[in-house]
Design a protein around this ligand. Sequence first.
Ligand code: AP5
Length: 215
Amino acid sequence: MLRIILLGPPGTGKGTQAELISKKYGIPHISTGEIFRKAAMEGSKIGIEAKEKYWGKGKLVPDEITVKLVEERLAKKDCKNGFILDGFPRTVKQAEALEKIAKIDFVIDIESRKETIIRRLTSRRQCLKCGKIYGIDMPPKKEGICDVCGGKLFQREDDKIDVVKKRLVEYEEKTKPLINYYKKKGNLFTVNGEQSIDKVFEEICKILNKKNLNT
Ligand code: AP5
């Protein structure tokens, strides 16, 4: 059983690492941000409202909406051997609600500096078709085109500098307190997100493997 939370500021590499963990350990990557973006693209009422009022402006979506969504997702069959939560919980209220829904084995906090985050987010591009993420240190072979599926790359609306700054304020105020919250619970591990993608992944795997052997 591998039930993992990836914590950390916007742009620290949660999505990138979640994809790698998901492939290696065969557990689903659940990104609340992706769920909100998909709902907005599909034009559902709640999806459009969440974009216009909250995430499009760099604000967190209210806890009630987010918790319900995660609860429904974790009840699905593919989560029976574990899961990776990317971007959830993001407030102490969400963490308390999660405790009632599922047990968590690892909370991995990926730390990066503000300058690194701004550089990465304002240069990030994503494939419209398959969701693959590209960045300044990992550009596609052909500009604007996905290496994997040939899909068109786009820039997330909340990756514009003004919105990124607001997201960082939300992180400091509402999400950072979760570091202490999980420190007290005793299942928090910290990884330096300033290293290369491969090196960060190697450190995460060491944490997951070592702990698995001990239990
Ligand atoms: P969400 O999609 O979760 O955004 P986020 O947490 O702000 O995280 P990002 O996706 O921006 O970054 P990341 O850490 O995944 O980094 P990535 O791997 O892409 O949420 C979006 C919005 O939805 C929120 O602002 C909020 O409004 C709402 N929301 C979501 N969950 C919510 C919740 N629980 N409650 C309330 N509201 C919620 O990497 C970034 C870039 O850096 C990429 O280009 C990548 O290629 C590059 N990169 C990554 N790692 C490295 C590395 N080691 N070296 C060099 N480049 C790297």
